[in-house]
Ligand binder design. Structure first.
Ligand SMILES: [Fe+2]
Ligand SMILES: [Fe+2]
Length: 259
């Protein structure tokens, strides 16, 4: 059954589609499309190429331990927009990172995860007019040590989207990974000059098991890399329990991360 959030996203996509169709009919008159004009987030969201490609994912969803389909893509869009606004990035940059977040996993399709980052970047380049920074953010989203703000934001959103709605049935059987199914919501804010992330749970999350799971380390790495871009420290909490704190985070680390 569609929940309130997916319903809103459905409405958002339909609005984007109507907007795109209006734009096309306006342009078909006197106005010509500039060949160098960048594609906007609304245009990408309204694109039939995108929806058709995401639809393929249904075939492999149940084999996956975490969703890599449309709902995950939209969660990542929400996260990059939220964080980009917290750090007061410019509108065009925000639009760019939303596109990268939307398309970063589209290459999973019905093939699976192997080399999906390469296929996602190829898809983005083939169908839309995007900057190399956007294409690179898609291509390298699995790396938590990216050097551009676009890479840092997309990787951060990708790693931070861990919650009950993303973990699949097969994911619930995987030790470590299953703990993310207890996360109901994630709050991201800046408080006292630090980037603060709070995983809000159902009270059943086993913190030790989550901390022992390698992906949790990637969450920390992606947070470290993003916060260091702005020269601020960060804290992560599971409810009221602090699980990670780095106050002095002036150094920007470019280790190109782990896979
Ligand atoms: Fe991915
Ligand atoms: Fe992803």
């Amino acid at each position: 059954m569609p929940n309130e959030r997916s319903e809103m996203r459905h409405i958002e996509r339909n609005e984007a589609k109507r907007w795109s169709e209006n734009m096309r009919s306006e342009r078909s008159g006197a106005a010509k499309i500039c060949p160098n004009e960048r594609t906007s987030f609304k245009e990408v969201l309204a694109s039939d190429f995108v929806i058709k490609e995401f639809a393929k994912y249904d075939a492999v969803h149940e084999q996956d331990i975490a969703c890599h389909g449309f709902s995950h893509a939209l969660n990542c869009v929400e996260i990059v927009e939220k964080v980009a606004r917290l750090f007061e990035l410019e509108d065009e940059m925000i639009d760019d990172v939303k596109i990268a977040a939307l398309l970063h996993d589209i290459g999973v399709g019905d093939i699976g995860k192997l080399n999906h980052d390469v296929r996602s970047a190829e898809f983005a380049r083939k169908h839309f007019r995007l900057s190399e920074e956007v294409i690179d953010a898609i291509r390298f989203h699995d790396q938590t040590g990216g050097d551009s703000i676009q890479k840092k934001l997309v990787s951060f959103a990708d790693k931070l989207d861990v919650n009950k709605n993303r973990i699949t049935k097969s994911g619930l059987n995987k030790i470590g990974h299953r703990q993310y199914s207890h996360i109901m919501d994630t709050e991201i804010l800046i408080k006292d000059g630090l980037l603060v992330i709070v995983f809000k749970t159902d009270g059943k999350l086993n913190i030790q098991e989550m901390m022992d799971y390698p992906f949790t380390y990637m969450i920390f790495e992606a947070t470290q890399n993003l916060a260091s871009h702005f020269g601020i420290g960060y804290k992560l909490f599971v409810d009221e329990k602090e699980i990670k704190k780095v106050v002095d985070n002036k150094k920007i680390i470019h280790n190109e991360g782990t896979r």
